[in-house]
Design a binder for this molecule. Structure first.
Ligand code: SF4
Length: 380
């Protein structure tokens, strides 16, 4: 990196940001709480999707104190549809840490910020620079992509010399143009122009960009070898009472989909994704073991459910989590008793409820669960 190159980057991008930066609701006089909420929401989620959720969130939980006082159910309810529910849990837990340990005021120190649940190095940099006006970098995947292309940084950007070069460059440019401006400018350039498929003809940095000048835009940043996802087949049971309510269960808070309502599910198998005969084995395995699996589980919850015989349906839902490709094979069983006679307890779930389809749709549920509920009319 030369000083000229960093100066060109900082000044050019700052001017571009003044003219073309995005007007986002969390950028109007941001507080640390607003930056934190918006950054958590923006992880893995597009800006256009986040905006209405952010506005609703701020209307319901305008301060960190109001969030700390809320129930996790209310928090999850507001988050429903955004996916990656762990983020909502982090916000809820982190709010208690801010209230209990910092008297409701976020610390401005980067290492203190990282003691709060849900705040890593990037989010700490974003809070410190946007809300406290500090000249510190905030390096996320967008920043890594922009800087590695502009400066020609090869290799794995997460550690070693490539990491040090990314951090040195980011540190240098925040000193020139200011943390709040340059971090947001990099963020916007990465989100709108220097995307994975870059639109270099619109880029203000084009004349000095290493990747553009050397025909390496698609080659940088270099990709890390990814370990394959897990492939998981589960069976879900739609157990319907005579008064048209369905048994739903809530996984424990530290489990996948914790604190959200799901239909009772059992794992058929889980392995690395490259298994080509998985679908066939899942079908065979479900056919052979479904009745035994469900009867064992249901009799633990309520003896009246011992004789339930689930029927297989053709409904199969696929949902991709960060590390898991999950296939849900949906079974159904109709009961002759009303829900009020079928209270359930025990088993691997935290709690159970009998809800109508409409009640399920307005309860805290994951995107995966919503896919199943929306397709219920095909099989009920
Ligand atoms: S010229 Fe292209 S590759 Fe270089 S920073 Fe701009 S958009 Fe990214």
């Amino acid at each position: 990196m030369t000083d000229n190159s960093a100066a060109f980057f900082a000044h050019t991008l700052a001017s571009w940001f003044a003219a073309c930066g995005r007007d986002l609701p969390w950028r109007h006089s941001p507080t640390p709480y607003q930056v934190w909420v918006s950054e958590l929401m923006l992880q893995q989620t597009q800006v256009a999707t986040v905006i209405p959720y952010y506005n609703k969130w701020m209307a319901q939980f305008p301060t960190v104190e109001s969030l700390a006082k809320a129930s996790l159910e209310a928090v999850n309810g507001l988050w429903a549809g955004l996916g990656y529910y762990r983020r909502a849990r982090y916000l809820h837990q982190g709010a208690s840490v801010v209230v209990d340990h910092y008297g409701g005021c976020f610390p401005s120190d980067i290492s203190e910020l990282q003691k709060i649940t849900g705040i890593g190095a990037y989010t700490a940099g974003a809070i410190a620079s946007f809300a406290f006006g500090m000249d510190v970098p905030a390096i996320d995947g967008n920043a890594e992509r922009v800087i590695s292309r502009y400066s020609g940084i090869y290799g794995d950007l997460s550690h070693g010399d490539p990491r040090r070069r990314i951090e040195d460059f980011a540190q240098h440019v925040v000193q020139i143009a200011g943390g709040a401006v340059i971090n947001q400018a990099i963020m916007d350039l990465g989100a709108t122009i220097c995307r994975k498929k870059a639109d270099c003809d619109k880029c203000p940095l084009q004349s000095q960009c290493y990747a553009y000048r050397n025909g390496l835009v698609e080659a940088l940043p270099q990709k890390k070898a990814k370990s394959p996802k897990w492939l998981e087949y589960r069976s879900a049971l739609l157990l319907e009472s005579s008064d048209h309510r369905y048994l739903v269960a809530m996984p424990k808070s530290d489990a996948l989909l914790g604190n959200l309502w799901v239909f009772p599910m059992q794992t058929i198998f889980r392995e690395r994704e490259d298994a080509s005969d998985a679908k066939h084995r899942a079908d065979a395995s479900t056919r052979q073991s479904r009745k035994t699996l469900w009867q064992r589980m249901l009799s633990d919850l309520n003896p009246a459910l011992t004789q339930v015989v689930p029927m297989p349906t053709k409904l199969e839902i696929t949902h991709i989590f960060t590390h898991i490709r999950m296939h849900i094979l949906v079974d159904i069983a109709k009961l002759t008793q009303p829900a009020q006679l079928l209270e359930c307890a025990g088993g691997t779930y935290e709690k159970y409820a009998w809800l109508t389809r409409d009640q399920i749709l307005t309860s805290p549920i994951s995107t995966m669960m919503k896919k199943v509920v929306l397709r219920m009319p095909e099989i009920t």
